[in-house]
Design a protein around this ligand. Structure first.
Ligand code: ADE
Ligand code: ZN
Length: 336
């Protein structure tokens, strides 16, 4: 371990862009397949990992949705969540705001109750046993229609006091934020926070739509904002937090080499960048690997890494008092 790796390992951080279904490791996938009598098209854990060679987002999504088929019971969702939190705790993640895709499960006949109660139980255990706090963000699948998103929001009504916000994920190109303007307006009326994936593969126009039509509080990815000078200035002026995912970007060919990753330029332009793992079981690394590999490839400094850890708490949906306390911990660590 290099000095910089050790510094990253000890840095207190929040994770703000993590799809819980994307934390399903092949080992757990096999265990759940066996437990539930679900067949999967692989003979071994190694064969699963070998299939994780993606040329774009859709390539990945096809495998990610197939992997989620092993998740059936409340206990499965609890085990999935708790396994993620153990990895997160090992990376000194102190707080995580996790995405889940209810439609991926309810469309297979799994109840919203199994998904919600299982995830919430995993979150409670993470706080009690690991000291990791968390919040839930319900994502609408953008390749489905807005009516289906409304049905999902209604189905989640009994748990709305335990859901922090809504997000928008899945196949981006061809499914602009404007398609979900009304359901986001409804979520805002319900007091939910709003986030959306934008500018991962989609054009800067989708980022504008996420800001102007969905009125998001935080932006997921946002890479392609860097193609639009006015947009860069706007994101900086509005202090919009971007949840950037370097290893995901590499594995999905959003960037072809980590040394060309836009994060250093984003930081130079004053953007509020955070680093996150997206779907770590599929992309080869949890949050510390994202910090470490990006730092190695682009020469990020300790100060820049510290700033992104501060941004991760600042851009979270924690209370102002909790943000301040956690940011003080980051500063104290970095000052040692
Ligand atoms: N669902 C899971 N990971 C995703 C990503 N990186 N982009 C869009 N949808 C996703
Ligand atoms: Zn994502």
């Amino acid at each position: 371990m290099t000095d910089l790796d050790a510094f990253i390992a000890g840095l207190p951080k929040a994770e703000l862009h993590l799809h819980i279904e994307g934390s399903l490791e092949p080992e757990l996938m096999f265990e759940l397949a066996q437990r539930n009598g679900v067949s999967i098209p692989f003979d071994s854990v190694e064969a699963v990992r070998a299939a994780y060679d993606f040329s774009n987002l859709q390539d990945f999504l096809d495998i990610y949705y197939a992997g989620a088929n092993v998740l059936l019971t409340e206990r499965d969702f609890e085990d999935l969540a708790f396994a993620y939190f153990q990895r997160a705790a090992a990376d000194n993640v102190r707080h995580a705001e996790i995405f889940f895709d209810p439609q991926t499960h309810t469309d297979r006949g799994v109840s919203m109750a199994a998904v919600m109660e299982g995830l919430l139980r995993g979150m409670e255990r993470a706080e009690a046993e690991l000291g990791v706090t968390s919040k839930l963000i319900l994502c609408f699948l953008r390749h489905l229609d807005e009516e289906a998103a409304f049905v999902t929001l209604t189905a989640a009504a009994p748990w709305l006091d335990r859901i922090e916000g809504v997000g928008l994920d899945s196949s981006e190109v061809g499914h602009p934020p404007s398609k979900f303007e009304r359901v986001f307006a409804r979520a805002r009326e319900l007091g939910l926070k709003l986030v959306a994936h934008a500018g991962e593969e989609g054009p800067p126009a989708y980022v504008h739509e996420a800001l102007d039509l969905l009125h998001i509080d935080r932006m997921d990815h946002g890479n392609r904002s860097m193609e639009d000078e006015g947009l860069i200035e706007r994101l900086a002026a509005e202090q919009m937090t971007l949840t950037v995912c370097p290893l995901s970007n590499l594995k999905l060919c959003v960037v072809h080499d980590l040394k060309d990753h836009p994060v250093p330029e984003m930081l130079r332009r004053g953007l509020h960048v955070t680093l996150n793992s997206d779907d770590p079981a599929y992309f080869g690394g949890y949050v510390n690997a994202n910090y470490a590999e990006l730092a190695k490839a682009t020469g990020l400094t300790r100060d820049q890494l510290t700033q992104m850890a501060i941004n991760s708490f600042e851009g979270s949906f924690l209370s102002d008092a909790d943000k301040a306390a956690r940011i003080a911990e980051v500063r104290a660590y970095a000052a040692q």
